[in-house]
Design a protein around this ligand. Structure first.
Ligand SMILES: *Cc1c(COP(=O)(O)O)cnc(C)c1O
Length: 473
């Protein structure tokens, strides 16, 4: 018998699907997970076996009912496992795009859940019994907080930028300095955004230096608007020059071209009053005479994902008439969450405590150190024999391009192997162990240590309990 015949015979030995499904174990799985998942899993397992058989990578091993049941259980458990799970963000990055950026305040969470589960007057005027606009719930509050004539909101800041460009500069040239042709994570690249918005990019100046005259020379009849983007994730230093925004405001008035700034992460409150480096607020820019600003709802503002457009009422009106606006409009839970967050901002002192993003940002080093000591006292004795546990100073960052050059002094717990020879791989392996916990703990690797930055830690007992479960590493 040649090899081919041999493998062929084994095909006939593959148990038929209906017989597998009739096994008591398979029936139990069907009761628990439903027929469809189990049948598909059986078919996939058999298909895989046949494929390997053809490739001769099975060594002609015959597949038994027992083999199939084992594979079936493993497959179903991986397919039905929760894939969207909470994590403990101890990376030191407050607004981590991969972890969902800003956390909503408790009051906003409650409101959002309510709005999802009950009928609300989302677009309905209870007094007149007539249709109204969903943005009415947020418009006045937002306008008064940032000193805007009018506002509108869309799905995110990328959408906000596209909608402005498409409305105000379609098939026209958009002037932007070469030093601001930014790319931020998640495929937001300004040249591509311009193209998709049906605008023609007109690069001004050079990468490091741009003069007002460069803008003046570029203004033609086909110019649509003057655009500026905040380079939130890099800096250009050395021999540099950027044009004063006041000069661009004047140029825009003289030429009657709208001047638009993409702020990226607009802070509602002036953080310099809390000892942070000054970060331009939407309020400041509008006051300066900028026609429109855009920013994200889930960056420094600490709200839900959305893109906020604020400024001149006549321009906002045009934007709202663009058919694209309907495709980018915010859903009801974004409206509910944003509404609650804006209500909190009406009392700025309250906002710092109630909005998690601001609460994390303003936690003092002393406060974090006290927390570190509490955790250290419980954890250190458990790990002592193998792992050196230490309280260390470290630096947190805002993340998501907000406050880009700011290192925020913080305190963390560092883990290092007692055996120096094992130090090389230890942090990577330990990080992996922490990621495999029921609530994965995400830290940061620094040289040969794994550091858990405690700035964003609120679920302290959860962290301690999970670290205790690891003591036999
Ligand atoms: C973050 C950012 C964006 C994109 O905002 P999203 O809300 O993520 O769409 C655009 N421009 C700048 C300058 C940013 O920092």
């Amino acid at each position: 018998m040649n090899k081919f015949e041999n493998s062929k015979t084994n095909f006939f030995k593959i148990p038929p699907v209906h017989k597998i499904l009739n096994l008591p174990v398979a029936q139990q799985l069907i009761d628990r997970y439903g027929h469809l998942i189990v049948v598909n899993a059986v078919r996939d397992i058999l298909a895989e076996y046949r494929y390997n058989q053809k490739k001769k990578s099975n060594n002609n091993k015959i597949i038994s009912y027992n083999d199939i049941i084992k594979l079936l259980k493993a497959r179903i458990s991986s397919e039905t496992k929760d894939s969207l799970i909470p994590i403990l963000n101890l990376s030191g990055i407050i607004l981590h795009s991969n972890f969902g950026r800003a956390l909503l305040p408790k009051i906003a969470l409650k409101k959002t859940v309510d709005v999802l589960g009950s009928n609300y007057n989302l677009e309905y005027d209870v007094q007149t019994g007539k249709r109204s606009d969903r943005e009415n719930h947020i418009e006045k509050k937002l306008c008064s907080l940032i000193g805007a004539e009018a506002v509108t909101i869309v799905n995110n800041n990328a959408a906000a930028v596209m909608l402005i460009l498409n409305t105000l500069a379609r098939r026209k040239e958009v002037l932007i300095s070469r030093g601001e042709l930014i790319e931020i994570g998640g495929s937001f690249r300004l040249p591509d955004i311009m193209k998709s918005s049906d605008c023609i990019l007109r690069e001004i100046g050079t990468t490091n230096r741009t003069n007002l005259s460069d803008y003046e020379d570029a203004v033609k009849s086909k110019t649509g608007l003057i655009f500026k983007a905040y380079s939130s994730n890099f800096t250009i230093s050395g021999y540099t020059k950027i044009v004063d925004e006041k000069d661009l405001v004047n140029l825009s008035k003289k030429t009657n071209l709208p001047f638009v700034i993409d702020l990226g992460s607009g802070s509602i409150i002036d953080l310099s009053k809390m000892g942070f480096k000054f970060e331009p607020t939407p309020y400041d820019k509008l006051k300066l005479g900028v026609d429109l600003v855009t920013f994200s709802g889930d960056k420094l503002m600490g709200g839900p994902q959305c893109g906020i457009i604020a400024g001149r009422a006549d321009l906002i009106k045009k934007i709202n008439k663009n058919a694209m606006k309907r495709a980018m409009r915010c859903d009801k839970y974004t409206i509910a969450a944003l509404y609650s967050v804006l209500k909190i901002y009406q009392n700025p002192m309250k906002a710092i405590n109630e909005i998690p993003t601001l609460r994390f940002l303003t936690r003092t080093k002393d406060e974090i150190r006290e927390q570190a000591e509490r955790i250290y006292n419980i954890i250190e004795p458990l790990f002592r024999e193998q792992i050196k546990v230490k309280i260390v100073n470290c630096f947190s960052q805002m993340g998501s391009g907000a406050l880009p050059n700011l290192s925020i002094p913080s305190v963390g717990i560092a883990f290092k192997h007692c055996d120096k020879k094992k130090n090389g791989l230890f942090p990577i392996k330990f990080a992996e162990k922490l990621r495999k916990l029921p609530t994965p703990i995400i830290g940061r690797i620094n040289d040969s240590t794994l550091v858990l930055d405690l700035r964003c830690l609120e679920k302290e007992t959860d962290l301690i309990r999970q670290l205790q479960s690891l003591k036999n590493v």
